[in-house]
Design a protein around this ligand. Structure first.
Ligand SMILES: [Zn+2]
Length: 167
């Protein structure tokens, strides 16, 4: 960052703090040449385009609300959910786009949720992707089975799934 006083092409960050619920960062900088101090504010551009066409800033809290519902009664704790929301935000930011369609947020939730809890994933996917029939569930479950899971032994997958209804 160029010094606004002497135009020196570098400055040192001496303090950095989140403002506006962490969606912005205010930095106090000092010029190593003239020792003047100045402030900068960084606003991360990540807006969500809603179906109505309106945009709003991305909110991890909104991700949490949707995912929390799908995880009700599942062995998933709040820390897992917070981490998931963080992964979603990172995935969206890594696209480099400043504006993202709301349905892409939904898509970005699916993969980490699947890693976290397959039942919660199915619940979420059924709503988000408008599952209309048992066949939709069956198709999705078939996909889940085909995916490389956490299980180290793929041949045991079918046995495990036969018992899954009991739990
Ligand atoms: Zn300076």
């Amino acid at each position: 960052m160029i010094c606004p006083f002497c135009r020196h092409d570098d400055s040192r960050v001496i303090d950095s703090r989140p403002v506006e619920d962490g969606t912005q960062i205010r930095r106090r900088r000092e010029c190593p040449q003239c020792s003047q101090r100045f402030s900068t504010q960084e606003v991360a551009l990540l807006n969500i385009i809603k179906r109505s066409g309106a945009t709003e800033p991305f909110s991890r809290e909104k991700v949490l609300v949707g995912v929390r519902k799908a995880c009700q009664g599942r062995p998933v704790n709040e820390d897992d959910l917070i981490l998931l929301a963080q992964r979603v935000e990172e995935a969206l930011r890594s696209t480099g786009q400043a504006e993202i369609e709301a349905n892409e947020v939904g898509m970005a939730i699916l993969a980490p949720l699947r890693d976290l809890d397959e039942v919660a994933y199915l619940r979420y996917a059924s709503v988000y992707r408008n599952f209309a029939s048992l066949e939709d569930f069956e198709g999705e479950i078939a996909l889940l089975r085909a995916l490389p899971s956490n299980s180290s032994n793929p041949s045991s997958a079918s046995k495990t799934l036969t018992n899954s209804g009991k739990s």
